[in-house]
Design a binder for this molecule. Structure first.
Ligand SMILES: NC(=O)c1ccc[n+]([C@@H]2O[C@H](COP(=O)([O-])OP(=O)(O)OC[C@H]3O[C@@H](n4cnc5c(N)ncnc54)[C@H](OP(=O)(O)O)[C@@H]3O)[C@@H](O)[C@H]2O)c1
Length: 252
């Protein structure tokens, strides 16, 4: 088990999985608690050569797994699923047992958003998923692609006004499926919409001690949103990486 050094709220050695499992996440009444987890370089890059892998490390992987372990749904935008060759969510046997004890399914369920449905039905995220992924799309998406995904995913139309999936409605849908915690894993385009729609309750930021330069997207992109003050709930350090958990003020 990897421990990290907690700097705030008080110094301590912390097991990331245990700490995330007991963190307060009071879901609003009609939608799940929505958290984002992202890793960036010190100068704000979210990708190196188009993927995030070069930004993380051993401790980032442990914190990433700890956060995944508490999610009912892992939400990812199609751009990230394609760029990062997404696989099905995996959790260790211990984490599965803890989830079951908390009344969760052994694994989080994967949910994607895509306008185009340009998703490979033979990708392992579909063929090896413990539970059929949800794919939220719009009614104008290609009929052929919809049919190709048919047996391997639950495709749900959720048209929004801007031509994409209506994220607030999608959250209500997930709430009605029983989801209490939705972990969004990006990318920046999806994160930007979550902020603009006022849906983000928690941000887990892993800050990697590296400078990247270039013009990689920052953590959010898209339309301007009203500034949202956050509270720093914890700050951890390991291998020079900083792990900050921010929650919406008045959230948890
Ligand atoms: N550092 C990190 O922690 C981290 C995490 C995640 C991603 N990333 C990086 O971020 C990059 C990808 O991010 P990105 O911002 O370019 O793309 P993205 O947000 O991952 O994906 C954009 C795509 O998602 C779909 N989408 C998003 N919102 C939608 C909506 N409301 N309705 C319907 N479809 C919607 C569309 O898919 P279709 O094109 O299929 O219609 C859209 O083209 C990659 O380089 C990845 O490595 C980094």
């Amino acid at each position: 088990m990897l421990t990290v050094r907690q700097l705030l709220p008080e110094p301590a050695d912390i097991d990331p999985a245990a700490a995330h499992a007991i963190a307060a996440r009071p879901a609003p009444t009609s939608r799940p608690w929505v958290l984002v987890n992202m890793v960036t370089s010190v100068d704000g890059a979210t990708a190196i050569d188009g993927v995030s892998g070069g930004l993380g490390g051993r401790s980032d992987k442990a914190v990433f797994a700890a956060i995944r372990a508490i999610a009912d749904i892992i939400l990812v935008a199609a751009g990230t699923a394609r760029a990062e060759s997404y696989g099905p969510p995996r959790t260790s046997a211990d984490r599965q047992a803890e989830r079951t004890k908390r009344g969760q399914t052994p694994y989080p369920r994967l949910a994607l958003v895509s306008r185009s449905l340009d998703l490979d039905p033979d990708a392992v995220l579909f063929t090896q998923a413990p539970e059929k992924p949800l794919v939220f799309t719009v009614s104008t998406a290609s009929a052929a692609r919809r049919e190709a995904l048919g047996g391997r995913a639950e495709v749900v139309d959720m048209d929004g006004q801007g031509g994409g999936v209506d994220l607030p409605k999608m959250m209500t849908y997930l709430h009605n499926l029983g989801a209490r915690t939705v972990l969004a894993e990006g990318g920046p385009g999806l994160n930007g919409q979550l902020v603009a729609d006022g849906l983000l309750d928690e941000l887990n930021l892993s800050l990697s001690p590296i400078l990247v330069g270039g013009d990689s997207a920052r953590l959010t992109r898209g339309a301007d949103a009203s500034p949202e003050p956050l509270t720093l709930a914890h700050l951890w350090e390991s291998d020079g990486m900083l792990f900050a958990r921010y929650v919406r003020r008045g959230g948890a």
